[in-house]
Design a protein around this ligand. Structure first.
Ligand code: G3I
Length: 341
């Protein structure tokens, strides 16, 4: 009896000592993408970035359009600010993204040249950016969103002008920083088996050819109606490649159909909270050596791309609310992960 009382007492002490911070409840890096303007202007935003995260990604400022605005000009100012903050506060910095069909500067769209000239352009872009951040950025999304839902190669500037551009991009990035962890990053594989297969085939082909690829980024822009079995299947198949897995842009939309009268009440909040728990628990179960980390796509509901980009003001996809307070889902998630440990 005395022993039981003692054990109960001990477990209460241990639980009380468990941190209330989500970052302490996980054994892998926990990141968010950030916006440098908010990092400077908004103290609450900056404090969350500082205290709640162990990893960081630039939401936009390392993309071609912003980092390479003119043929002979790279603009590293904002990216450097983020990297300096990450270094000063001890966070793992992830790079996003070297090759994408979106946010491409006009000068690239207007570029004229033969295949060799296009290859020079892309190689120079990749190697200048990767070299600039060598030793500061641990991993890169080398190629982003190359496949359509039907599994075919997305027609882009890159696929049009550079045959085999995916493999070449990985090779060029590796030459510039042989220590960098190189990812292929994409969204919406759940419920889209052809897209998933195309990605797995790509991994198999790159491996067969000895092209350096080390990780898969699963963006995880999901919503409360996303099916768990489909998400689990994507995770399982990705893990089976043996590569590192990054849940690279996590957010869970509660109003995906953009209902203007939507009210974020208990039912939606609970469904969202349960799905966050599911995602984190599933990820916690994959082999530790494949856990590159989980990254949220920005910090508070107010800052989410879903509000700006989709003009969806009544969207609440993250774990901090508009006042930068923790939502109940944050606390629930931390508690349930602490119970796992
Ligand atoms: O900064 C300008 C501002 O000066 C201008 O007034 C305003 C008018 O539209 O635009 C602002 O730029 C916007 C930029 O976000 C910064 O907020 C762009 O229009 C807008 O297109 C851009 O959206 C970004 C989107 O990628 C572009 O496709 C989102 O912030 C960013 O979250 C989003 O991120 C992507 C990932 O990189 C890849 N995976 C999907 C993810 C979500 O789309």
């Amino acid at each position: 009896m005395k022993l039981l009382v003692l054990l109960l007492g001990l477990s209460t002490i241990v639980n009380a000592q468990k941190s209330a911070l989500l970052k302490d409840a996980v054994k892998f890096p926990l990141g968010a993408s950030v916006n440098p303007r908010l990092m400077t202007e908004n103290e609450a935003y900056r404090n969350i970035a500082k205290n709640e995260l162990t990893g960081m990604t630039a939401e936009n400022h390392m993309k071609m359009m912003l980092i390479h605005p003119a043929t002979d000009r790279f603009d590293f100012v904002k990216g450097d600010e983020i990297v300096a903050f990450a270094a000063a506060t001890g966070k793992r910095m992830h790079g996003h993204t070297l090759v994408w069909h979106n946010q491409v500067p006009q000068w690239m769209k207007d570029f004229q040249g033969d295949q060799k000239a296009w290859e020079e352009l892309l190689k120079n872009h990749i190697q200048t950016v990767v070299s600039h951040y060598k030793g500061k950025i641990v991993g890169w999304d080398v190629v982003n969103e190359s496949f359509l839902d039907d599994g075919s190669l997305r027609p882009t500037l890159w696929s049009e002008h550079i045959p085999d551009y995916i493999a070449k991009s990985f090779q060029w990035a590796h030459e510039a920083d042989p220590d960098a962890i190189l990812f292929y990053n994409d969204y919406g594989q759940d419920g889209k088996p052809k897209k998933m297969k195309a990605i797995l085939d790509l991994v198999a082909e790159l491996k067969r050819r000895g092209i350096p690829i080390h990780g898969l980024g699963l963006q995880m822009h999901i919503n409360v109606d996303s099916k768990r079995n489909e998400l689990q299947e994507v995770l399982d198949k990705s893990v089976a490649t043996g590569l590192k897995i990054h849940l690279s842009e996590l957010d869970i939309a509660v109003n995906p159909k953009n209902n203007p009268d939507f009210v974020y009440e208990e039912k939606a909040a609970k469904a969202q909270s349960e799905l966050f728990n599911y995602i984190f628990k599933s990820y916690a179960e994959i082999p530790a050596k494949q856990q590159y980390g989980i990254t949220f796509w920005n910090i508070s509901d107010k800052d989410s791309w879903l509000r700006g980009y989709f003009k969806r003001p009544k969207e609440y996809p993250l774990l901090f609310d508009e006042n930068y307070s923790k939502k109940p889902a944050y606390t629930e998630l931390t508690k349930s992960l602490n119970n796992l440990n």
